[in-house]
Design a protein around this ligand. Structure first.
Ligand code: TMP
Length: 212
């Protein structure tokens, strides 16, 4: 490695836990402290595959459940060359959702097992840190109504939360649970502390492969 690599940092959580706000705050804080960082989000709706996913999420098209699962995964794989390049250049990537959302959302549908859901994402760049923004359904409800997109329904979100709990039992992934009911600033402080530690560790470790 020519220079010390950047860290792959992922934020996951149920809807309205504040993932996007916290990704932005982390990215800005890293940049302001002179650490090279970039933000990414999945699904990346700007690509050809991402546009198919976006139409599905907006209920403008229907796709078979296995098919859309594979499209979400393909949407991550198409970004892998860019992600690896950035990480090798020393840029830390702050990522809003990753393969864990893929598995939790499809796994919450009837007839899907976690192993099948994980398989297309096996071998993706493994995050150095995955922070799960934990918020109870009742606290989430206090934050207002769900939006109009396909998965924004409370029963389904509860099933998704259960799948995340199952995924978090996997000790091969560096999961950190963050209490998202705290103030935005306190959540940010927790996230910043975990991120700085993960960035220091990542500098001396090769990028690994997820679930392999
Ligand atoms: P967002 O753009 O608001 O984060 O929403 C994306 C939606 O897509 C959200 O409901 C979670 C869902 N999703 C999947 O079903 N599979 C995936 O792999 C990812 C990344 C998101």
């Amino acid at each position: 490695m020519a220079c010390k690599r950047g860290a792959l940092i992922v934020l996951e959580g149920v809807d309205r836990a504040g993932k996007t706000t916290q990704c932005n705050k982390l990215f800005e804080a890293l940049q302001q402290s002179g650490r090279p960082a970039e933000m990414m989000r999945f699904p990346d709706r700007t690509t050809t595959i991402g546009k198919l996913i976006s139409a599905y999420l907006e209920n403008k098209s229907d796709l078979e459940d296995h098919t859309v699962h594979l499209l979400f995964s393909a949407n991550r794989w198409e970004m892998v060359p860019l992600m690896k390049k950035k990480l090798e250049q020393g840029t830390t990537l702050v990522v809003d959702r990753y393969a864990f959302s893929g598995v939790a959302f499809t796994g919450a549908k009837p007839g899907f097992c976690l192993d099948w859901c994980k398989s297309p994402d096996v071998g993706l760049p493994k995050p150095d840190l995955v922070m799960f923004l934990q918020l109870s359904p009742s606290e989430a409800a206090l934050r207002g109504q769900f939006g109009e997109e396909r998965y924004e329904k409370s029963d389904f979100q509860r099933a998704v939360q259960n799948k995340f709990q199952q995924l978090m039992k996997d000790r091969s992934v560096n999961w950190q649970v963050i209490d998202a009911s705290q103030s935005v600033e306190d959540v940010h402080k927790d996230i910043m502390n975990h991120s700085l530690k993960a960035m220091t560790c990542a500098q001396n470790q090769a990028l690994a492969e997820l679930w392999k």
